[in-house]
Design a protein around this ligand. Structure first.
Ligand SMILES: [Fe+2]
Length: 131
């Protein structure tokens, strides 16, 4: 999963955490599609905790800076946690099926990129311009 310059928000804390998320997703993708089910389960569990922590940190910044779309943005985060956990549980139940591996790519990778490009960048614009 390639980190590209256009994903940068310009807010160091957020960018560092996003890069770490990308690294962890890479680690997950590296073990998925193989028979290393135990490692996949651990990677999913680790990612779950990291996502929750990262969203919490972002939301703290939203509240502190009185970002007008804070509630809307939290909604995206909350929905994603639900989707991610469904995926995690399915994975833990069924293992690395083709469908589950595709779901990791689609839900985890595409969602994150899209979310950063649209919503985190919207916040970054607001954050930079605030008085
Ligand atoms: Fe976000």
């Amino acid at each position: 999963m390639l980190w590209t310059k256009n994903l940068e928000t310009g807010i160091p804390t957020i960018d560092d955490q996003h890069k770490e998320l990308f690294r962890q997703i890479d680690a997950l993708l590296a073990v998925s599609g193989s028979d290393k089910e135990r490692q996949v389960a651990e990677a999913l569990e680790f990612l779950d905790k990291y996502i929750v922590r990262h969203f919490g940190d972002e939301q703290k910044m939203h509240t502190q800076s009185r970002y007008p779309k804070a509630a809307e943005h939290k909604g995206y985060h909350d929905n994603y946690v639900v989707t991610f956990r469904q995926l995690k549980e399915k994975y833990n139940r069924e293992g690395p099926t083709v469908g589950n591996n595709m779901a990791v790519n689609k839900s985890v990778v595409s969602w994150l990129k899209e979310h950063i490009l649209v919503h985190d960048k919207d916040f970054a614009d607001f954050y930079r311009k605030r008085a």
